[in-house]
Design a protein around this ligand. Sequence first.
Ligand SMILES: C[S@@+](CC[C@H](N)C(=O)[O-])C[C@H]1O[C@@H](n2cnc3c(N)ncnc32)[C@H](O)[C@@H]1O
Length: 210
Amino acid sequence: MEKQEIRTFGRRHGKKLSARQTMLIDRVLPTISPTNLPANTGKILEIGFGAGEHLREIARQNPGKIIIGAEPFMNGVASLLSAITNESNTVRDEYKNIRIFADDVRDFLRNTDSQFEQIWILHPDPWPKARHEKRRLLHADFLNMLATHLAQNGEIIIGTDHWEYFDWIKNEISKTALDARTPDLHTIHTRYQAKNMAGTAMPKYLVIKN
Ligand SMILES: C[S@@+](CC[C@H](N)C(=O)[O-])C[C@H]1O[C@@H](n2cnc3c(N)ncnc32)[C@H](O)[C@@H]1O
């Protein structure tokens, strides 16, 4: 990350990882990094996948595509690694199409010319305090950057249960030449969505097409 770039995520490390999780990060993570991606295979990106429930779902639904997840929170990365490996610490067959970038997605995007059929961002950190607003990821410049990585007919799918952030994102989209619509999507279940269901509103979704 460039020094002057504002950090959009909270912690990188939470509670202490188990010995197995540490081993998976040391040994398995380097083998599934998103490098040397084949040019002729469809690709889907999920930004801030948390513990990776939705990422695993799209990996199972799209066996012929490469699913790339970016997440700097190492406990989330460790949860995903635990879920996609078997007892012999090998990636399970149904998850062999997953690649993980365990850091800020902006660093990944700056260094790839990959185009994505879908880019998912579910429950981006809302940074609700006014003084933290600058930390919000989905500002106009970032959305324009994402759009340069969309394949033909590609789409960016955004979901949040923070309605003020939702309106803020719509306002950021209006500063770009991008077109957004509110899709008829059923609630997409993620850990964050489940954790917050009692306290917050239903998620709202936006789809940006190129
Ligand atoms: C509120 S959590 C939601 C996690 C998950 N999508 C869910 O719905 O359960 C937002 C996540 O976005 C990640 N995040 C924030 N900024 C990011 C960035 N620049 N690149 C990649 N991930 C980022 C955070 O680390 C955090 O795990």
